[in-house]
Write a protein that binds this ligand. Structure first.
Ligand code: ATP
Ligand code: MG
Length: 448
C-alpha cells in the first residue's frame, strides 16, 4: 500500500476523551472512529488489525476441531423465552420491535440460537461430540461503555459451543478449547493467563477467564508469578494426543479472578515473593455449563440404548475487537504502538525520505515491488511530508520493521533498517537490507 493513496487520518494531538493509552493510540493512528457511545467504525488500519486477529482466532478454532457457522445478529425474543433468559438479561439487551411488532433483539450472545440449531439438526449420540463457532458482532448496552473498543456496546466476539454426551466428554471438549486459547493468544504475542473464574448461578469449577495483565485492566486478579514468567505452551499441540499435561501445568498454580479469589488459599499455596496481585484485561472466557440450556430447550439425542439423553454443553468466548485494544495495552512505548508481527496492520513500513527525487523514488519503488513479491505486507510512505514527520508517524503506527531510503543512502547503494521494538538500527547494502527484513518478518509470523 502507498500512503499517498491510503486513508489513515492520523491525529497529532491526543484526544481528550480517551482515558487509556490503547484508546488514545487507536484514535491517534486513525484505526477507529467513534460513531456513537461504545460503537465504532473500523478504519482501514484498524480493520486490517481486526482481520488479522480474526484470522488467528479462526485458524486456532479450526485446528482444535471446531466448525465455523454464521448466525445472525438479530434474534427473536421467543427463542430467549425458551431458556428463560429474556426477562433475566435486563437492560444490557437491546430489544427491538419489527414492523409487525414482533419482539426481536440484537444478540448479546448465542447460547439459545445455537442450542436450537443443534437440537433441530441432530438425532443420535453418534452426532457427538461437536463444537460449532462463529465470529459475529454482538450488542450489549453496557452501563458504562469506555476505553474505546475494550468495552464497547457493539463488539466482535468469537463464540464457540460444545456439545457432548457426558460431563466427562464435556471436560475433554473444554480442555481442547482451553488449549486452543493458549495457542491463540500466544500467537498474538500476548501472555494470557487462564484464571479460575466465577461460573455464575449454576456452580461448578469449570470456568476460566483468560487475562492479560495491564494497569488499566478492569478485573482484579491474583496469581502465581511463574504463570506470567513461565514459557508459553508449544505451538505444535497435537489435539489427538493427551492434553491433560498442558491443562495440569496451567491449572496447578494459583490463578483466580477476584470473584473466585481465596486469600487463605493464596497465602498457603503461593510463596510471598511469587504472589502477584494485579489488574487484568479479560480477553476470553470459557465455560462448561452442562444442561443449563439443553434441558429447558429440549436438546437431546438418542443414546446407545435408545434412551433420550440431554446434551452437555460449554461455551467459549474471545473478545476479538477487545483484543485490538488489549494488544496495544501490552505492546506500546512512549512513541506509539509496537505491533507484534502476526497482528501488525503492515509488517514493514518503507520510508522514502525524499519523494520526488528521481533516484530515491526509483530505489523505494524497487524495494516496494520486491517486498510485495516476497509476500510482505508493506506500507510505503511516498508522501512529501518532511523526514521528521514520517519517522514520527511510522513510530506511532508501530509497524514492526522500518526500511528507510534517502538520497544519501541511495548514492551509496544502502538502506537503513529500524526495528520498532527496541529501536535497533542498521545500515546495509540495499539487497542485504531487503533480505534481512523479509527473513525477520517471516520468522516472526508465527509467535510461539
Ligand atoms: P466482562 O466481564 O468484561 O463484561 P463478560 O463476562 O460479560 O465480560 P463474556 O460474556 O464471557 O464476557 O464474553 C466473551 C468475551 O467477549 C469476553 O471475554 C470479552 O473479551 C469480550 N467482551 C465482553 N463484553 C465486551 C464489551 N462490552 N466490549 C468488548 N468486548 C467484550
Ligand atoms: Mg459483561
Amino acid at each position: 500500500m502507498r500512503l499517498s493513496r491510503y486513508f489513515m487520518p492520523v491525529l497529532r494531538e491526543t484526544p481528550k476523551e480517551a482515558e487509556i493509552v490503547s484508546h488514545q493510540l487507536m484514535l491517534r493512528t486513525g484505526m477507529v472512529k467513534q460513531a456513537s457511545a461504545g460503537i465504532y467504525s473500523w478504519l482501514p488500519l484498524g480493520y486490517k488489525v481486526l482481520m488479522k486477529i480474526d484470522r488467528i482466532v479462526r485458524e486456532e478454532q479450526n485446528r482444535a476441531g471446531a466448525i465455523e457457522v454464521l448466525m445472525p445478529t438479530i434474534q427473536s425474543a421467543d427463542l430467549w423465552r425458551q431458556s428463560g433468559r429474556y426477562e433475566a438479561y435486563g437492560k444490557e439487551m437491546l430489544r427491538i420491535a419489527d414492523r409487525h411488532d414482533r419482539e426481536m433483539l440484537y444478540g448479546p450472545t448465542n447460547e439459545e440460537l445455537i442450542t436450537a440449531i443443534f437440537r433441530d439438526g441432530i438425532k443420535s449420540y453418534k452426532d457427538l461430540p461437536r463444537n460449532l463457532y462463529h465470529i459475529q458482532w454482538k450488542f450489549r448496552d453496557e452501563v458504562r461503555p469506555r476505553f474505546g473498543v475494550m468495552r464497547g456496546r457493539e463488539f466482535l466476539m468469537k463464540d464457540a459451543y460444545s456439545f457432548d454426551l457426558t460431563p466427562e466428554a464435556g471436560r475433554l471438549s473444554y480442555n481442547r478449547m482451553f488449549t486452543a486459547y493458549l495457542r491463540t493468544f500466544a500467537r498474538m504475542g500476548l501472555k494470557a493467563v487462564p484464571m479460575a473464574a466465577d461460573s455464575g448461578p449454576i456452580g461448578g469449577d469449570m470456568s476460566h477467564e483468560f487475562i492479560i495483565l495491564a494497569d488499566t485492566g478492569e478485573s482484579q486478579v491474583f496469581c502465581h508469578k511463574d504463570l506470567i514468567e513461565g514459557a508459553v505452551p508449544p505451538i505444535d499441540t497435537d489435539y489427538d494426543g493427551d492434553l491433560s499435561p498442558i491443562i495440569q501445568r496451567w491449572t496447578s498454580l494459583y490463578a483466580a479472578t477476584d470473584e473466585k479469589h481465596d486469600a487463605a488459599k493464596f497465602d498457603e499455596q503461593v510463596p510471598k515473593d511469587k504472589q502477584v496481585s494485579a489488574r487484568g484485561i479479560e480477553v476470553g472466557h470459557i465455560f462448561f455449563f452442562g444442561t443449563k440450556y439443553s434441558e429447558p430447550m429440549g436438546c437431546k439425542v438418542q443414546g446407545p440404548d435408545g434412551q433420550k439423553i440431554v446434551v452437555q454443553m460449554g461455551s467459549y468466548g474471545v473478545g476479538v475487537s477487545r483484543l485490538a485494544g488489549a494488544i496495544i495495552e501490552a505492546c506500546h512505548d512512549a512513541a506509539g504502538i509496537v505491533w507484534p508481527v502476526p497482528v501488525a496492520p503492515f509488517e514493514v513500513g518503507l520510508i522514502n525520505l525524499k519523494a520526488g527525487d528521481k533516484d530515491t523514488d526509483a530505489a523505494a519503488n524497487d524495494l516496494y515491488a520486491k517486498l510485495e513479491a516476497a509476500g510482505i505486507d508493506v506500507l510505503l510512505d511516498d508522501t512529501d511530508e518532511r523526514a521528521g514527520g514520517k519517522f514520527a508517524t511510522m513510530d506511532l503506527i508501530g509497524l514492526p520493521y522500518q526500511l528507510i531510503v534517502g538520497p544519501k543512502g541511495v548514492k551509496a547503494g544502502e538502506a537503513e533498517i529500524k526495528v520498532r521494538k527496541g529501536g535497533a538500527r542498521e545500515t546495509l547494502p540495499m539487497d542485504a537490507a531487503l533480505a534481512k527484513v523479509v527473513a525477520a518478518v517471516k520468522a516472526k509470523r508465527m509467535l510461539a
